[in-house]
Design a protein around this ligand. Sequence first.
Ligand code: CS2
Length: 480
Amino acid sequence: MSDPTSAIQESPYDRSALRPRILHLGFGAFAKAHVMAFHDDMLRRTSGDWGVIAVRLHSGADELTQLDEAGGVFTVGEMSGAGLHLREIGCVTGTLHARRDGLPALLSRIADPGLGVITLTITEKGYCLSGSALDLAHDGIREDLANPEAPRTAIGILAQGLAMRMATGAPGVTILSCDNLPANGHLCRRALLDYAGQLDPKLTEWIETVCRFPCSMVDRITPAMTQASRQKLEAALGRPDPNGILCEPFRQWVIEDSFAGERPQWDLAGAQFVADVAPFEEMKLRLLNGSHSFLAYLGALADKETISDCMNEPVLKSAAQKLMLDEQAPTLEVPGGVDIPGYAADLIERFSNPALQHKTTQIASDGSQKLPQRLLAPIRHHLGTGRPWPLSALAVAGWMHYCRGASETSAALPLNDPLAERIRSIAGQSDGTGYVDTLLSLTPVFGDELPASQDFADKIRSAYDDIGSRGVINSIAASL
Ligand code: CS2
């Protein structure tokens, strides 16, 4: 049965009037489905000239060339049980790839005085953080600091571009992080200031004075494209769109109202500008992303391929709901006007969307970067208040089992993580308590304080043993 499909909504605005005023770093699936969809929607409602330059630093040169060949225009398809709603996104006016086009082209674009906003989707690891500061021991950061005029990391490239802006008297710029980190704007600012502080105090002062780093909460479930989703899009569109992307219908963007210059009117497209994003960020990171990670590790171990497959398993579905309401929500300062049970119920419905085919192994990637804000921060809260946290313990223990690379039926599970090499070597040397304790000593993930808590370590060890002896579903069922 084919999906009922609406005709594509074409971009009705004059694309030739767009100027390169926004640069998006990390132009991948999420940027297309979220930031660009909001931006395109805004352009449909204004006669603005905010064009976007789509940038990638390392991989993805061919994808950008392919987008150039399509004149920058691509399709976003919103998938729901009811069908596929297609829209054309026309806000990208050009692309830049650090290797394909050379670094000077990218740096001069960042330094262009006409550029007002840099939006970022560079993933958690792109910020090169250790805790809440720049990791000065990070290989990429060390190399960039030794050779600041030819940087390779996003932080090194942004800093060099900002140094050029300062040198030419260009105005400050807004750098808007759209990654799933708590206080993402503050972390981004801190990373840049720490980096600049190693090189030039004048640059540090310039950044502090004239640049702005609003925090933002971004939300739209956007699975990586597969051959099946490309075919689905082609069937609906009547032609292939190699740049197209499929995602869920829901989207949300809450942005701190702190801009260096003019602010794009994203509110016309449904974004919210607020004074304090923190309550929104934490709610989304813990309820949505925290339960996503719970389902990703435990679901993958139980051979569930997608999040909607997890929702078809009653134990996993009830557990996700209970994790949200009993273990995540009590740790939050709830944003005004938000009804948490309603928000959680909507999440369960979004997770159940069968059209998304969102792979558990995709969400399982980069666990070492995701666990701290999604699961460990709430656990720290519970250790302080004495509330039980059995499902969070199973999620962390599930990550540990997942890192061994095999599901309960011995199917291979991919370990994509900046710490993969270290984790694999730990897994190769030990199992059981020895393995758990060695993982707990990974300070980039657990810090120093948590593993020093006997209560914390005992609960993780016991959840790990439980999963090993009783199996994933039975262990979860026992905690419900
Ligand atoms: C997911 C997110 O891959 C992951 O870690 O939890 O990408 C999630 O789908 C988005 O944050 C939804 O807004």
